[in-house]
Ligand binder design. Structure first.
Ligand SMILES: NC(=O)c1ccc[n+]([C@@H]2O[C@H](COP(=O)([O-])OP(=O)(O)OC[C@H]3O[C@@H](n4cnc5c(N)ncnc54)[C@H](OP(=O)(O)O)[C@@H]3O)[C@@H](O)[C@H]2O)c1
Length: 429
């Protein structure tokens, strides 16, 4: 590979792929002037040959088979922007690396599950695998963890890393609308993945968190160990009640590494309104990192979209051409005994919402079950509902999550709940 020239093939010409073509075209001279590097697009591919694209693809060589591109001797680097809906991306990445090509991808889903395999293969073949766009769109968080913070012992990272969920929760709050209504709007606007569970079920955040965890702590990639809960059970009432006591509800991704134990969790949390995390609205992402030397450092910016994601992809190309690239960190330290995801017992306060049959003695029975599990109540509010039902809102004193789970199982057995209770941890961050 001539250092000053990089022959690039782009596979996938959707939102991100078109953005990369557009950006390379717009910034070609600027990149050359500033870095001395010429990025040349020598092949493109997508699924549908006749589809109208948002960029002019006529100057580029279209190759129908992505696998043929991965074997093309004229190509130095493959930019995989297909996604994880079938086996194509997996085959393309493997084939490209096996043929001595560098790979840039934004495919967080595939990387979270199999990134360590591709990393090992890339090392073996002496090529680079880069994926800045896979986490938090335009925020250069991968480089920060691989380079800038490398001398820091990182103990915790947390943040909001799914723009769709944050858009829905923010919109529910600002417009006073129910989840289902705002979810439909997000779908209409094209913000929701074709499989909505990826976004609203917290899985997309879990993919990204798994990648960030192993980069931050040097542990092995372990997506399956991320405890994951989504936002589809959150009602406007929960958001309004949280607001009354000074909190917002956010889908928080948290990874913590302490005493050789790693915990990874994605779930809705009540976050105090003054916290920077609570102030991130719409599709913006935010990630806070707690390191030994840096204290807490916060990164915020656009988490997705054509421009920000393409900017990260092109920065990876420049890094490869400059041979500044590190190999990835996805295999983690195999000798590290802490690679397992461990349960750490910690105490927190919880917000609880029950819809109960409005009968005498019901609240006493429910409170009794909480008390039996060592959970005491800090605040309680009852609101009547039609059809002889009532909503009961509670804020608990600090208690173990395991104790709350046990209490909720016992409460279920009482058969006094009209719907599944909502329990959200209150996080003081
Ligand atoms: N969109 C974002 O903001 C964003 C942010 C971060 C990361 N990402 C990641 O970036 C990747 C691309 O996302 P996107 O939003 O650009 O997706 P997209 O708009 O759905 O585009 C996917 C592209 O892949 C092509 N494709 C699908 N199956 C193919 C196959 N079997 N062979 C060849 N091409 C195929 C499609 O071809 P046709 O156009 O012909 O249908 C389309 O051009 C995904 O991994 C995604 O998770 C996206």
């Amino acid at each position: 590979m001539n250092k000053s020239k990089l022959n690039v093939a782009i596979i996938g010409l959707g939102t991100v792929g078109s953005g990369v073509l557009r950006l390379l075209n717009k910034q070609k001279n600027n990149i050359k002037n500033r870095t001395g590097i010429e990025l040349r697009v020598v092949a493109i591919s997508a699924k549908n040959t006749t589809k109208k694209r948002s960029v002019d693809i006529s100057p580029f060589r279209w190759i129908a088979s992505p696998l043929n591109i991965a074997k093309d001797p004229n190509v130095d680097v493959i930019v995989e922007l297909i996604g994880d809906m079938d086996n194509t991306a997996r085959k393309v990445i493997r084939e490209a690396i096996n043929n001595g090509k560098h790979v840039v991808t934004a495919n967080k889903s595939l990387l979270a599950k199999e990134g360590s395999i591709y990393e090992e293969l890339a090392r073996e073949k002496g090529v680079f695998l880069r994926y800045e766009a896979a986490v938090a769109g335009g925020i250069p968080i991968i480089k920060v963890l691989q380079d800038s913070l490398i001398v820091n012992k990182i103990s915790k990272l947390y943040g909001v890393i799914n723009g769709t969920c944050n858009f829905i929760l923010t919109k529910m709050e600002s417009d006073g609308r129910e989840y289902s209504d705002v979810f439909s709007e997000a779908q209409r606007l094209g913000y929701v993945e074709s499989d909505p569970r990826l976004d609203i079920g917290g899985i997309d955040s879990a993919h990204k968190l798994a990648l960030l965890s192993c980069l931050a702590f040097g542990t092995a990639l372990n997506f399956k160990a991320v405890k994951t809960e989504g936002i589809d059970h959150i009602s406007i009432e929960d958001i309004q009640e949280a607001d009354l006591i000074g909190y917002k509800i956010k889908l928080l991704a948290t990874a913590e590494y302490s005493k050789n134990k790693l915990t990874q969790e994605v779930s809705p949390k009540l976050i105090r309104k003054g916290s920077p995390i609570a102030q991130v609205n719409g599709s913006t992402n935010i990630i806070a990192i707690e390191g030994e030397e840096i204290g807490t450092t916060v990164f915020s910016g656009p988490g997705a979209g054509m421009g920000p994601t393409a900017s990260s992809v092109v920065s990876d190309l420049v890094a490869i051409a400059s041979r500044k690239s590190k190999s990835t960190f996805l295999t983690g330290d195999k000798t590290n005994s802490s690679n397992r995801n461990e349960k750490v017992s910690k105490k927190s306060s919880f917000y609880l919402r029950f819809v109960l049959k409005d009968k005498p003695g019901v609240i006493a029975r429910l409170s009794g079950k909480l008390s039996n599990c060592g959970i005491s109540i800090n605040q309680m509010k009852q609101k009547p509902l039609p059809k002889q039902r009532a909503t009961l809102i509670m804020i608990t004193h600090k208690a173990l999550e395991e104790s709350l789970k046990k209490a909720l199982i016992d409460i279920k057995k009482l058969k006094i709940c009209e719907q599944k209770p909502v329990a959200i941890e209150i996080q003081e961050i």
